[in-house]
Design a protein around this ligand. Structure first.
Ligand SMILES: [Zn+2]
Ligand SMILES: [Zn+2]
Length: 230
């Protein structure tokens, strides 16, 4: 198979552990040389809530502020990579140029990080209708659709500016732009929802996702997961 990023050949990297584990594996879609140019999130010296780097393992100020605003929510986000230069180039090609072939790049890494189980539901932060019309696809759905079963529960109301174009403070001040479009029936028997997104920046969008699902009546565990921590 060819690497989706550099188009070179991908060597098979099947290990004994892979062979001994009987679940179907996501084969790597980018080669190990390319993968090494993306920055993985380490296990230590990060904020345990949002994975901001260099916090000596302490909860960062932003997360403390969210926690004060929502004392009853256990806020926690997981991600796989940081937003370094290669990741910026990835999003330029994938979202900026609309190259849908890149959607599968990180399937193996995402598949190793998030797993379906019974009573767990995966939903996502959808594109604004105008962005969807421009690209012809939803970038978040593209990243995750072959990794876990996705359920559409929310729609994004069209806003004048996208989150990506705003300053940090303007992002934090953004009013709710998500509406619940699912049915109560879809939440029945579910004890955990994981909200998926592509990039975690301030956490604002994901907090809107949480609020939207809480207002729809979901009382179980809510977690968020992104490909990238900016
Ligand atoms: Zn490559
Ligand atoms: Zn944090």
């Amino acid at each position: 198979m060819a690497c989706l990023w550099c188009h070179g050949a991908i060597e098979s990297t099947l290990t004994v552990a892979d062979i001994l584990c009987f679940r179907p594996l996501q084969p790597p879609r980018i080669c190990s040389e390319c993968l090494a140019t993306f920055q993985r999130i380490p296990k230590v010296n990060i904020c345990p809530v949002c994975q901001r780097l260099n916090t000596k393992g302490e909860v960062c100020e932003q997360c403390q502020a969210w926690q004060q605003l929502w004392p009853n929510e256990r806020i926690e986000n997981q991600a796989v990579f940081y937003y370094n230069q290669t990741m910026q180039a990835f999003f330029q090609r994938y979202k900026g140029d609309g190259d849908y072939r890149l959607a599968a790049c990180f399937q193996a890494q995402l598949g190793a990080a998030i797993k379906p189980r019974s009573k767990r539901l995966f939903t996502y932060i959808p594109s604004a209708p105008s962005h969807f019309a421009q690209r012809g696809f939803d970038p978040v759905v593209g990243l995750f659709k072959d990794v876990v079963p996705l359920v559409t529960l929310m729609a994004k109301v069209e806003t004048a500016q996208s989150q990506a174009q705003k300053s940090r403070q303007a992002r934090l001040d953004t009013p709710q732009f998500l509406t619940f479009t699912g049915g109560r029936r879809q939440l029945k028997g579910i004890d955990e929802i994981i909200i998926l997104d592509d990039i975690y920046t301030t956490g604002r969008t994901l907090m809107h996702g949480r609020t939207c699902l809480r207002q729809a009546g979901f009382n179980g565990d809510l977690k968020t997961f992104c490909l990238v921590r900016a």
